[in-house]
Write a protein that binds this ligand. Sequence first.
Ligand code: GLU
Length: 428
Amino acid sequence: MADKEFNAFKMAQEQFDGVADILNLDQGTRELLRNPLREFHFSIPVKMDDGSTKVFQGFRVQHNDARGPSKGGIRFHPQETIDTVKALATWMTWKCAVVDIPLGGGKGGVICDPHNLSMKEQEQICRGWARQMAKNVGPINDVPAPDVMTNAQHMLWMLDEFEAIHGAKLPGFITGKPVGMGGSLGRTEATGYGVIYTVREALKELGIKPEDTTASFQGFGNVSQYALQLYTQLGGKTICVSCWDQEDQTSYSFKKESGIELEELLTITDKFGGIDKSKAKDLGYEVLPGDAWIEQDVDILIPAALENQINETTVKLIKDKVKIISEGANGPTTPEADKVLHEKGIVVIPDFLANAGGVTCSYFEQVQCNMNYFWEKDEVLGKLDVKMTAAYHAVSELSQKKKLYMRDAAYVIAIQRVAQACKDRGWV
Ligand code: GLU
């Protein structure tokens, strides 16, 4: 999204093609897996608070459902495009496969900016999305969830509309619901915590103690905030975070060499993860340009914002001290930047592994909804840790054994599983 030429779907296909060669995949399987099975485009009319009617553009892409119902979030973003949604749906297929949960890949979106919409207007967008897609999504074929700029409240409005249409209680239609309304404890923390479970395992392999490390984060939304929380609990020190500034329409980095205190920073952060610049200065933060997060002399970088952030240009800013990059965001690193990171020997924990904690917990949410019995938070997070740790080690072992870049190793495992499911079903 950061520049006009970048196309996330082309990048997802390029990544796939490289691994299809390694796996020697046959032509039919390649053709099937490098494109989505289905895509939906639709209009959502909304009666705005000022009396006018505005029509928003909505999307849903179901990339592959050979291993189970399509699964993936719905993003609200002013620069959303169908190609970005297609890329994200593709990555969801690999994400569910690499952590070995019985789900396929999907993604949805609406071109809109929640910063400029009232709650009433957002509710109409959610209900409109559910109305348009009601016949093609549901607990047994495609299960949405929150993503960039959507949250538990949005999911509940969608569920309410979906249930009204179908005349039944169907909590398995959507995940990331509020706790007490079919949501799972731990779901809010899950993506960020999952990112740090993988960092913890990577540090163990490198023989480094978390308390001897420093980190810098891009983004200060849900993923980043919980990743920072767990990283701090493990003893790590975060010296920089960046975030989008809605007023200036650019991003800034906030640095404190002595270490960022999450609770303190949250007191000056809005609900979209935007940090107040002048209050930050009063609290002793240096306010730096948006890219500054990447050029910090730290051990760990955590990109947890959007696509195309570590690219041909910004990769040059990464300091030699950096040992681990764990991708909280989807698609933050371009194939050109991957080559540089591979040569440098940095351990890159790829997006669809690093941030799979969210969808894994969504799967637990579905299981709990089906039983109508909800687990304690420790049980949820314990199960999440087991899944993430096992997936990390499977990828790391393959990467070491076959001398593959971590992203390629993760792709080999995921693509093999999905290709096998397509074959077993007789699709290819
Ligand atoms: N939106 C999250 C992701 O990109 C979670 C998806 C889900 O829970 O279905 O992985």
